[in-house]
Every structure is written in structure tokens, then in C-alpha cells.
Design a protein. Sequence first.
Length: 420
Amino acid sequence: MNIAVIGGGGREHALVRKFAESGSVNRVLAIPGNAGMSDVAEVIHGVTENDFEAIAGVCLEKDVEWVVVGPEAPLTEGIVDFLEDEHGIKVFGPRKKEAQMESSKAFTKELMEKYDIPTAKFAKFNDYDEAYEYIEAQGAPIVLKKDGLAAGKGVVVATDMDEALAGLDELMGEGTDDGQIVIEEYLDGEEFSLMVLVNEDYTHSFEMIAQDHKRAFDGDTGPNTGGMGAYAPVNHINESHRTEAVEKIIKPIARGMVQEGLKYFGVLYLGAMVTEDGVKVIEFNARFGDPEAQILLSMMDDDLAQVLEKVYRKEPLTLNWKPGCMVGIMLASEGYPKEYAKGKYVEFGNIADQSYISGLSQDMDGHFLTSGGRVLLVTGHGESVDQAVKAAYDNVAQVNFEDGDLFYRKDIAHRALKIK
């Protein structure tokens, strides 16, 4: 079969690599792809991920059997509806209505409330003054979330009132669009990421969880980002917590979506927190996490194309995982997630096979230049988390860039190392 992957980031880099390994896949297309995919995919330059008509044309011309959508934006804009309804192209990813699981935090929180899914208590606001009064009444710590897509950055985790009110100004103050925000109770505990394959009432939760690092700087400080690193497995979080998430969150939310008339098909990402009161939902995303996908797909010892076929047919399956541990460290442009410069040279040829490109382009001579906030995920594998961390940072040391151009966290997997 021929498969097209939509998107051009590190998650999509991992997807095309995984499909390229498949014995059942003849041809992998990356639309629009990125500068690091040409060794494993046919990169379709000049077609953006939101040009649905052009994407359909490529898929029909290249006899694509499956389209796999990586990023959340085209899902929210209805790429699945368009490709399926207008052209009969089979797509792995939720339709626009179902993608509200990520595109509208208020929609998802109300769904969880209706079906008794454990999550933080919340309130939603369109009015700045009402939100201000609520924050003053609740106090800190408290969490503020923009109701809509924000590439992982529309969240303020405020530890005190100054941070909370500054966060409100950032999300709802003058100069911002007057969108809705959701204000949530702060949850304390260990966070983990669980990927789930969903086809309406059918679910298969990954047997391996990952842990992401959302804050920009060491010690889990600084603003929220799209993810500064991840690792898997997370052995210090008990299997019982993953099972609890499956039984009390995943299965009930899948049944709830069906009862609401939703026909979810694709990956459902659960960001969960292990609290004193059990596992609770932090967020849902309507696609693979990034950078968790790069780690988990690398650790998966299965033919992903065959896995998709089984999910499509609602057949039972068991995923197999490689032994050991994998750690990924994100190199980001200085200033991210705020303003940052582009066009900075980066060299990583010696470790290209252990890296996933998130935000790099190439000049006329083939040299890599930064083109985004998150630039490159560098990975390392080892028999233990200690060995994997060392391997990952040894690989980071082989990346060449000018001082002040990029930064990265020095404490990825610190929770696992501390507990170990």
C-alpha cells in the first residue's frame, strides 16, 4: 500500500520512518514533509498541510490508500471530512466534530463532566472581569487554558496570584483575541502521556506510557511549551495507574463519545496526572503527542501500517515493545516559546539517525537552518534510564551550533533518575 503522512514536524518524521520500515508499505509520501525525511519518504514540496484540494490531488495521483494526519490544525479545519466525503480517501484521524476533543477545552471538559470522567474542576469564561473575580475567589495555584489550539503554549500554570493575573492578561487582556478560556483546579502529582488507538467504541491503549517535559527550563520552570523532551517507559509510575486510566478514563470517554453521536477514529492522546485521589485527566489531544510519538514509535516493535488496518477493522491486537529505555531531548531556538530568530545554522550529521527534525530547513548547499521554535529532538537508547539519558546527552554534544542560538533542558527524565 501507499501511505501519505500530513505534516512537517518531528512527530511526522517519526511516522514516515515507522511506515518506511513496514513490509506492507510500498511508498511513503510526506506532505509537506521536512528537510530530514527524503531518505525515507517522497517529500511533496509546495503543498501545505492546509491545502486540502492539493493534498487530495497528490493522493489520487499517487494511488494513496491511507492518509495519516499528524498535526492538530488540519484536523480542526476538517481535512478528514474533506478527503473522505469529497474524494473517498481513507484517513486515519478524527473528523472536525470529533477533533473538538483537542480544539475546544470547554467541549471536552463538559463531556468529561457529563460522563463522570475524573478531571480537575473547572469554569469557563468569555468575560475578563468575571474570570478575574473567579481567580481572586479561588486563589493560587491555579491553571488557565486558552479554549482552542495553541501549539501547547496556551496554558498558564500559576503558582501564585501574580502569575495567575499575569496569565489572565496574557490570554484575555488587551491585544488578544476575545476568545474563551477555561480555568482549572491545579492538580499535583506525576504526569504521564498515554496514546490510545480509537475506532468509535473500540480502543487499544498503548502498553507503554511516556513522560513529557512541558516547561521550558530545568527544574520544570519557565513557560509551557510544546514539549522539551520525553522518555519511555516510565517505570516509576505503576502499571496499575495506566490500567486505572484505561478503565476509568479511556473506556468511559469512548463510550461517552459514541452516546453523543461522535464517531472518533484515530489516536486519542491522554495527558494524565497521578494524584492522591487517583488518576485524573489533564488534557486530551486528537493526535499523537510530540515529542512522545518520536519516542514511542521508535520503541514500538510492530508494523504500524498493519496496526492501523486492525484498528480500522476493530480487531484485537497487542503491541510489542523493544527492551530498554529511550530518551529524547529537544533543542529549541533561543527565546522559544516567545519570539525567536530563524536562519541559524545547525550541524548534526553524525547523529541524524538518532534525531527527528521539528523546525529545520536547508539552504541551497544543503546546510540546515533553524525555521521554528522547536528545532531538533535528539534521542538516546539504553538498557536503563540512566544509560539512555547518557546516550541522549552524548548525542546532543555532537550537535554543532553557535552559542546563544539554541537551548535545551539538562534534566530530561530527572523524575525517573531521582526516584531510581
